[in-house]
Design a protein around this ligand. Structure first.
Ligand SMILES: [Zn+2]
Length: 276
């Protein structure tokens, strides 16, 4: 992995020289042509952060993957000699969880056309909010949408987003037949077969338990945005672990192939976001 840039991110010139270090201790370079100064992270999402990329990547993965509050992630970093505060970890997760998901999107395996859909509830600022989730026939989480209500328009919004995000128009949808679903399906997916009943609902209800398990490590959310980041990020990591992304083009299969898939994938996505 290269740690230095060989070309200027501003003008593309190769006439770059080392030029001391910035306040974060990162190597600075200076372009002889445009006189711009930059680090190896300039122009990447990790630019301008006080902490190294590896620390940010670790904090985001820990928070999405394990039953940890922001304070618990802080404690884990403190144990490694990294003094960071909860609001910083919060800001990293808010910023980077969607970026990792976006970096992985081109590698996502096709989503199936038979969806099992249901909503589960979470506490946001002391009130209930609803997490719409769908899985396909291979237990891939199709999409996740958090709403303060569960009216027809929320179910409609969920289906529209899920179709836009996956490029898949389902031919069959299973729900618990909550009142919102039949009109929502009529509006968005009039051609899809609608199945209802306990039996067809079991896979998604079982899948909710993974999210519920993760949420046990938190004390509810203060904002809908916070709930969205974790509910979506949690589903993303589950899909990564479940092999729903073909990261073969990113992940070096020979190096570190004994590491768990999620670690290799995270390192590869971090490198991709960093530009090398
Ligand atoms: Zn330049």
């Amino acid at each position: 992995m290269r740690s230095e840039r060989t070309t200027c991110p501003t003008c593309g010139s190769a006439e770059v020289r080392k030029h001391g270090h910035n306040r974060q201790g990162q190597q600075l370079h200076r372009c002889r042509d445009c006189r711009g100064r930059f680090t190896g992270l300039t122009g990447t999402p990790f630019s301008g952060y006080r902490f190294p990329t590896e620390i940010i990547a670790l904090a985001v993965r820990w928070y999405l993957r394990y039953r940890l509050s922001y304070a618990a992630v802080v404690e884990q970093h403190a144990a490694r000699g990294v003094p960071v505060d909860p609001s910083t970890v919060f800001a990293w997760v808010r910023e980077f969880a969607p970026r990792y998901e976006g970096a992985a999107r081109p590698f996502r395996r096709a989503v199936g056309s038979s969806w099992s859909v249901d909503e589960t509830d979470v506490k946001v600022a002391g009130a209930w909010a609803y997490v719409y989730r769908a899985i396909d026939g291979h237990s891939q989480v199709v999409d996740v949408y958090v709403s303060a209500r569960r009216a027809t328009e929320d179910a409609v919004a969920f289906f529209r987003r899920a179709i836009a995000a996956t490029g898949v128009v389902p031919t069959g949808v299973a729900t618990d037949c909550a009142a919102a679903y039949p009109p929502a399906l009529a509006a968005v997916l009039p051609g899809a077969a609608h199945e209802t009943g306990k039996q067809v609902q079991q896979p998604i209800e079982r899948d909710h338990q993974h999210l519920k398990g993760r949420l046990r490590g938190t004390r509810g959310f203060k904002t809908l945005a916070g709930a969205r980041v974790l509910c979506r990020g949690h589903a993303f990591l589950r899909n990564v672990r479940g092999g729903c992304y073909d990261l073969g083009r990113l992940v070096d299969a020979t190096a570190a192939s004994r590491l768990p898939l999620v670690l290799r994938a995270w390192d590869a996505l971090t490198a991709d976001l960093r530009g090398h």
